[in-house]
Design a protein around this ligand. Structure first.
Ligand code: DQQ
Length: 475
């Protein structure tokens, strides 16, 4: 599909109330994990798991888009398609991109019944990432380490250069025990030697299978991010921070990267030395509804990662997002005693708010509220329990009111105010509290005028609230 055709397809879906306008998603059909993210000759390339044939997972190709500013994207032709008879004939699963003089991608080729055979493949590009030539000796890595207990789950290579060698981690598991990331080394990118597990855990603590590992240095520490396929009771994307000596990683702290719909994040470094993180925002509606919509899956606004002194991962949407802020609404300090409807309305908003709750206070914001109060999404901080709560009230079949609540820990230190950053974009709600607690949510308002914003609070002060109306990135 040419970029012009892609824009025409996008046009057909304009007017879909649930389709984001300032987050990246493909022209139509299914998208999941970000892949191969890299800045090449100044431009940001985003590849992604894509089904060109429909809005459901399957027939996995690599889609491709490029941007000069991480916000406005141009669709490019498909980058990778399965080769009949090849190791990827069942699909081109997730992977990464590196600069080896030539741009080089690594991905998992799958084949066999139920994607049973998963091996690592390589491809290079000689035309600035537009077309890709698969290495004729694919696969470059076939065998799962014996200590995995012969699992078939062996995928999502993440590659980096260290001193004079290349290293690769792969997401996997140790059968009947728990998730694992295996570490490899190569001097030429085609012959890989197994070293040892970079990290393993038990399924109770961190899930039975780990996908999409990322391993990188951030400041003076090393960070491992994993997506736990089977999830844990609290979260599915987890990070570990620690030391890395003699190719052995020793975590000293860990945390939850996102408590909601963000999955399979992938990071890269750019020419401003920023560690950028992309992530797939999963849908939270039925397959039928996704088929009906004709699309599924959104990319989070890329975030800049950093660490704070207790070794927590901090993150903020890239500042480039501010360039598409439109009309601004501002509210200065006030004491909060009851909900207040604001003059500003909209379903594409960028919100920053700072509150100071008393020890037993409540404060937050309600979004996408219907005029009759039957639908709304409340983002509320309960100071007494140090918890951030997202409560979605929606009307479903036969006008039945349903309530979904997500309630997560968010501890403020003494004297610390609550700082919320909320990106609302149709069905997407990205929430980041104090730059360190992330909860992404999906909402599906039933009407376009469910767009009222309310300020919530009792026993709390508002320091400042700013709301910008966001403009579409596709005009
Ligand atoms: N999605 C890909 C896999 C990966 C999973 C398949 C994570 O490579 O493990 O579409 O969402």
């Amino acid at each position: 599909m040419t970029s012009e055709n892609a824009l025409a397809v996008r046009q057909q879906l304009v007017g879909d109330l649930h389709r984001p306008v300032y987050h990246f998603l493909p022209p139509s059909n299914w998208m999941n994990d970000p892949n191969g993210v890299i800045q090449w000759r100044g431009r940001y390339h985003l590849f992604y798991q894509y089904n060109p044939f429909g809005p459901m997972w399957g027939n996995i190709h690599w889609g491709h888009a490029v941007s000069d500013n991480l916000i406005h994207w141009t669709d490019l032709p498909l980058a990778l398609a399965p080769t009949p008879g090849g190791p990827d004939e069942g699909g081109c699963f997730s992977g990464c991109a590196v600069d080896n003089g030539l741009p080089t991608i690594f991905y998992t080729g799958v084949h066999g019944e139920r994607y049973e055979i998963q091996t690592q493949c390589m491809a290079t590009s000689t035309d600035d990432l537009l077309t890709w030539q698969k290495y004729e000796g694919n696969s470059v890595l076939r065998n799962v380490p014996a200590e995995s207990g012969q699992t078939r789950d062996f995928r999502d290579p993440y590659v980096w250069k260290e001193d004079d060698a290349w290293y690769m981690v792969i997401g996997s598991r140790i059968k009947d025990i728990g998730g694992a990331v295996f570490l490899y080394r190569s001097h030429n990118l085609t012959d890989w030697e197994y070293l040892h597990p970079l990290l393993t855990s038990d399924s109770k603590s961190h899930g039975a299978l780990w996908e999409c590992p990322n391993f990188f240095k951030l400041g003076d520490e090393w960070v491992l991010i994993i997506s736990s396929h089977t999830g844990t009771s609290t979260a599915s994307v987890i990070y570990f921070v620690g030391t890395y000596d003699n190719h052995r990683f020793t975590p000293v702290s860990e945390g939850v990267l996102d408590y909601g719909q963000l999955y399979a994040p992938l990071t890269c470094i750019d020419d401003q030395n920023r560690r950028l993180m992309y992530g797939w925002l999963r849908e939270a509606r039925s397959e039928n509804e996704q088929r009906h919509a004709g699309w599924s899956g959104v990319q989070a606004i890329p975030r800049v990662l950093s660490l704070d002194s207790p070794r927590r991962l901090n993150m903020a949407p890239v500042p480039e997002l501010e360039t598409i802020r439109g009309q601004r609404y501002h509210h200065g300090p006030m004491v909060l005693t009851q909900p207040i409807s604001l003059e500003v309305t909209g379903l594409a908003l960028d919100i920053t708010a700072e509150f100071e709750p008393q020890a037993d206070g409540l404060c937050g914001i309600a979004l996408a509220c219907s005029p009759d109060g039957q639908e709304q999404t409340e983002i509320l901080y309960e100071a007494a329990h140090q918890r951030l709560v997202v409560r979605k009230v929606a009307l479903e079949l036969h006008d039945v009111q349903v309530i979904h609540t997500r309630d997560i820990p968010h501890r403020l230190t003494d004297g610390e105010s609550l700082k919320l950053r909320i990106l609302l974009d149709a069905s997407v709600v990205e929430i980041i509290a104090n730059n360190r607690t992330s909860l992404t949510s999906r909402i599906y308002p039933s009407r376009a005028d469910n767009n009222i914003v309310r300020l919530l609070g009792t026993k709390a002060r508002l320091h400042a609230l700013d709301i910008w109306k966001m403009t579409s990135i596709w005009q």
